[in-house]
Design a protein around this ligand. Structure first.
Ligand code: MSP
Length: 518
């Protein structure tokens, strides 16, 4: 695999980032960082979705213009991603001029070729979904099943996209490409939804929604959010209806969209239809994640349990986001819902990062200083069974990442750490030292340090700061590609001085704040 293009959903800016938005961006960043360890060329896109009635209404309530609110909130999203070390290559805003121009051209092309037509319509509009709902999909009480709000009856003349024309082609693509939608159980859900699909509204009357991209040649209509929002994945690459850019040609065929389960229909059905109408290939893959709940409850403004990821860092006085990233990444199994609770967060990162991983390195380096003045003697270089396990772990981690199983990959890494702790306990280097079996003692320590080099590379996508600090103490270049990673990274000679040894992660209840480079 040489190239890799990953996108996240673009977040609505009618509010500030919450832990659910953060979950998706962290998971995406971890996947991207892992694939940077394997591929030559990785591109990572995120951004904000800034048009539509929700944003228009919220801005009006605040007494500011939609653009002012978008600017303020988009800045908050960027700040949060910086604080969480989400290292995107591009941040697109749907209010960017270049994006708006291309969306207008896409709309015009589809209109001219007859895939978009004008039609009077009465439908049930949910502003939470920014979409018309099919009466069949409502709850018994007539509520939107996702937002649990009564949709509004809207009668308008709108432009419609001829989605039904592409229904069979979309179903065929999903059936013929079992890995198009991950996890696979979601594909079944989409095939069921396809059965009842109708043509979709892709514009709104300006009289009702003014905050949107103008339809060229029709001053009464604005392009309705989904055609605008979904196109970001290609407008960001400089796609143009007449002349697709080099960047588009380079990355589109390797595109992967990371999205939440609530927007699967839009990505698998609407977006596929639009792409087919444009004569473009469908994205390579959709990875559909679950939702993060708070203390087992659905997060919602009305419950008042919405948490900001930046507040979590502040509460725990975390100067580096690694612990939170690690927790988020391991909070949910592939595609399933996960949970955040303060108690669980503290327990999990204290156990895995401080007690098991951090202490192991710290104790081993301290013994190396105590018994050998920090020196690895040539006769310490040896082999142990654990090396085979470490090699297997590298392969298992890669395989998990190929399937977006980042919780499972994280568990493999921690399980290698736990086996290494067991190796130390079983071989008791402190006893070997006492018995003056110094070569054996040194061998145990050197073996552990070898494994820690591997651990630092594997944990890097989750905890970049901690991993870099581990590698610094191990005098090891962490920027190694995964394919070149061997179990022979510790060089003979002086490795470390006593005062260079620092805990890589302090327990969350320790009295010290966690310090580190950003
Ligand atoms: N703007 C649309 C997406 C357009 S993509 C072309 C949107 N925005 S959103 O702000 O509501 O959601 C952004 C992403 O965050 C979505 O993938 C959504 O599923 C995800 N999440 C929102 N709440 C979430 C949780 N509680 N947990 C995990 N992710 C959730 O939808």
């Amino acid at each position: 695999m040489e190239k890799f293009y990953l996108t996240t959903a673009i977040d609505y800016v009618n509010g500030v980032p919450h832990i659910g938005h953060a979950y998706e961006k962290i998971v995406s960043d971890i996947i991207v960082r892992h694939f940077k360890q394997r591929c030559e060329d990785v591109y990572f896109l995120t951004g904000t979705d800034e048009h539509g009635i929700k944003i228009q209404k919220t801005a009006a309530e605040k007494g500011i213009t939609p653009k002012q609110m978008c600017d303020e909130h988009a800045a908050k999203f960027k700040e949060a991603w910086t604080a969480l070390n989400v290292d995107y290559g591009q941040f697109i805003r749907t209010t960017d001029e270049a994006h708006k121009k291309t969306v207008q051209k896409i709309f015009k092309k589809l209109l001219e070729q007859g895939d978009i037509y004008k039609h009077s319509y009465t439908g049930l509009y949910c502003s939470g979904c920014e979409g018309f709902l099919n009466p069949k999909d409502l709850t018994e009480d007539g509520f939107c099943p996702v937002h649990l709000k009564k949709p509004e009856e809207v009668s308008e003349e709108n432009y419609f996209f001829r989605l039904t024309k592409y229904k069979d082609a979309i179903a065929k693509h999903i059936k013929e490409n079992p890995s198009f939608i991950v996890p696979a159980f979601r594909a079944t859900e989409v095939l069921n939804q396809l059965e009842n699909i109708e043509d979709i509204s892709v514009s709104r009357a300006k009289a009702n929604v003014s905050w949107g991209i103008d339809v060229l040649g029709d001053s009464e209509q604005v392009i309705y959010v989904w055609i605008d929002a979904l196109s970001n994945y290609i407008t960001a690459l400089g796609y143009d209806t007449e002349n697709p850019s080099e960047k588009f040609k380079k990355y589109w065929s390797v595109s992967r969209h990371v999205i939440g389960k609530d927007i699967l229909k839009f990505h698998s059905i609407y977006w596929s239809g639009i792409l087919l109408a444009l004569g473009l290939p469908l994205p390579h893959q959709l990875f559909v994640h679950g939702f993060i709940n708070i203390n087992q409850a659905k997060m919602s403004k009305s419950t008042g349990n919405v948490i900001s990821p930046v507040d979590i860092l502040k509460t725990w006085e975390l100067e580096i986001p690694d612990a939170f990233r690690y927790y988020m990444a391991t909070a949910a199994a592939l595609g399933r819902d996960g949970n955040y609770s303060d108690e669980d967060f503290k327990e999990k990162v204290n156990a895995d990062l401080a007690n098991n991983m951090g202490n192991l390195l710290n104790r081993t380096l301290s013994m190396l200083v105590k018994y050998f003045d920090g020196e690895i003697k040539p006769e310490f270089k040896t082999d142990c069974e654990l090396f085979e396990t470490a090699k297997e772990t590298i392969e298992k981690v890669k395989k998990h990442f190929d399937n977006y199983e980042i919780q499972e990959a994280g568990n493999e890494i921690i399980s290698l750490v736990n086996l290494t702790n067991k190796y130390v306990a079983d071989n008791a280097p402190w006893t070997l030292a006492k018995e003056e079996k110094l070569t054996e003692c040194g061998q145990v320590l050197a073996n552990v340090l070898e494994i820690m080099c591997v651990v630092s590379v594997l944990i890097y996508p989750y905890c970049p700061n901690i991993a870099r600090e581990m590698a610094r103490q191990l005098k090891f270049d962490i920027n190694i590609k995964l394919d070149d990673l061997t179990i022979n990274n510790i060089r003979s000679g002086k490795l470390i001085e006593k005062d260079e040894i620092k805990p890589v992660f302090l327990r969350l209840d320790s009295e010290f704040a966690i310090k580190g480079e950003k």
